[in-house]
Design a protein around this ligand. Structure first.
Ligand SMILES: [Mg+2]
Length: 230
């Protein structure tokens, strides 16, 4: 069966930079430095890497567990889509999750820490929709996270014949290709379509409304055992 893996930011939802804000407030609370992440590009990167680089940049000791614990509360407080219309699901997400769930297990592969992924998705009532996931906590690169998520699906008893990774950045596409997954790019994030195309995705979709039929066709297709496993 097909394992369906989704990135979060720009793929499933937009948080109106709630993660960046929570990072900044946490950094200021712990180290007394404001605006530490103002110039940081968060697209497609892992939270651990963002924090490590900030600690080097500002010359402060890395206190990861303490940081993440505080960050969780800051992000949960910052996620309120009922009162912030800029926090919204990307088009077609609910129907797409329903449709792929009928074809195989559904999981997350995201650069968020697990507590951040949960805070963002729970704000939309979606956390329970994902049977498994791999997060910044679980490995150093997105390709490693795809492998971890696949192992978790297999450990849960799923016979994974194909992995489909849906993301919105060239980093998602590159990781999928490196990990032997089918790379699906959606244009609902903040990346120019030319840059997405240059990354070489197997499938490039405008969003999960117009692209849903093509996405589902990936899971319906017979697995060719002579192929590279993709
Ligand atoms: Mg993303």
């Amino acid at each position: 069966m097909t394992l369906w893996l989704f990135d979060i930011d720009g793929t499933l939802l937009r948080s109106d930079s709630a993660g960046r804000g929570a990072m900044g407030r946490t950094f200021e609370a712990l180290y007394g430095i404001s605006g530490a992440f103002d110039q940081v590009d968060f697209r497609g990167v892992l939270d651990d890497g963002v924090l490590q680089r900030a600690c080097v940049r500002w010359g402060v000791p890395l206190e990861r567990d303490r940081f993440v614990a505080r960050f969780q509360g800051e992000l949960e407080a910052g996620m309120d889509p009922a009162s912030n219309p800029a926090q919204q699901l990307c088009p077609g997400v609910l129907a797409a999750l329903d449709a792929v769930a009928a074809l195989g297990p559904v999981g997350l592969v995201t650069g968020n820490w697990k507590v951040g992924a949960r805070a963002k998705l729970a704000a939309f009532g979606l956390w329970e929709r994902f049977e498994l996931g791999a997060y910044s906590d679980d490995g150093p690169t997105r390709a490693a996270l795809i492998r971890v998520a696949t192992q978790r699906a297999e450990a849960a008893g799923h016979d994974v014949q194909r992995v489909v990774m849906v993301g919105d950045t060239p980093n998602d596409v590159g990781a999928a290709l490196e990990a032997g997954a089918v790379a699906v790019a959606v244009q609902t994030g903040w990346t120019d379509v030319a840059d997405l195309m240059a990354a070489g995705p197997d499938l490039l979709l405008p969003d999960l409304v117009d692209g849903l039929a093509a996405l589902l066709a990936l899971g319906a297709r017979e697995v060719d055992q002579s192929s590279s496993g993709r």
